[in-house]
Design a protein around this ligand. Structure first.
Ligand code: RP5
Length: 176
């Protein structure tokens, strides 16, 4: 049995008394074990890490992050969304991330890699940036974009094409 605000919830079934402070009334509520079971299942299956990337073409470079998380038995999800091409999608995903149960966001992008910074602007979760090497500047463009964040909007940045370390770091953050 656990207390949550003014409610007393039981996982053992049976009728519960719910006292509402200030009202002075005592009402009864029927326990709904099936509903509680459904919520428990959601918690069990919910991913803890969101791996996002700016393009489908980044997938191969980002795969080691997923592999590291898989080896650490940490659930994750993968989404493609570009800070420049899909700004609304990035905003919605990142601002809902904590509510959905995510605890870390890994954001990989190449060229002018705004995705990690934009993710950190829309979420207070730890964001790990992965700068991805493009055709022209060897990833220096993406590295500087991810690492040169202004004070107040933190992004942890791994090496160019360093997705494996992003996965390992996310696992360490979750293990704190
Ligand atoms: C970035 O621009 C992506 O992360 C990708 O690395 C780079 C090029 O994107 P594509 O033109 O290959 O989709 O937004």
């Amino acid at each position: 049995m656990r207390e949550e605000n003014s409610k007393v919830l039981s996982s053992e079934g049976g009728e519960l008394e719910i006292e509402q402070p200030g009202v002075g009334e005592v009402t009864t509520a029927e326990a709904m074990p099936e509903v509680e079971a459904a919520f428990e299942e959601i918690e069990i299956d919910a991913p803890l890490v969101g791996i996002i990337m700016g393009s489908r073409n980044d997938k191969a470079k980002m795969q080691p992050a997923g592999k590291a998380l898989q080896e650490a038995e940490i659930r994750y999800e993968v989404r493609v969304m570009s800070a420049h091409r899909d700004p609304d999608m990035v905003r919605d995903y990142c601002s809902n991330a904590r509510m959905r149960g995510l605890r870390v966001i890994i954001a990989g992008a190449g060229m002018s890699a705004a995705l990690p910074g934009v993710a950190a602007a829309h979420s207070d979760l730890p964001v790990i940036g992965v700068p991805i090497a493009g055709a022209n500047l060897g990833g220096l463009d993406a590295l500087l974009s991810a690492v040169q964040m202004p004070p107040g909007v933190p992004v942890a940045c791994v090496a160019i094409d360093g997705a494996k370390n992003a996965g390992l770091l996310a696992a360490r953050i979750i293990g704190l």
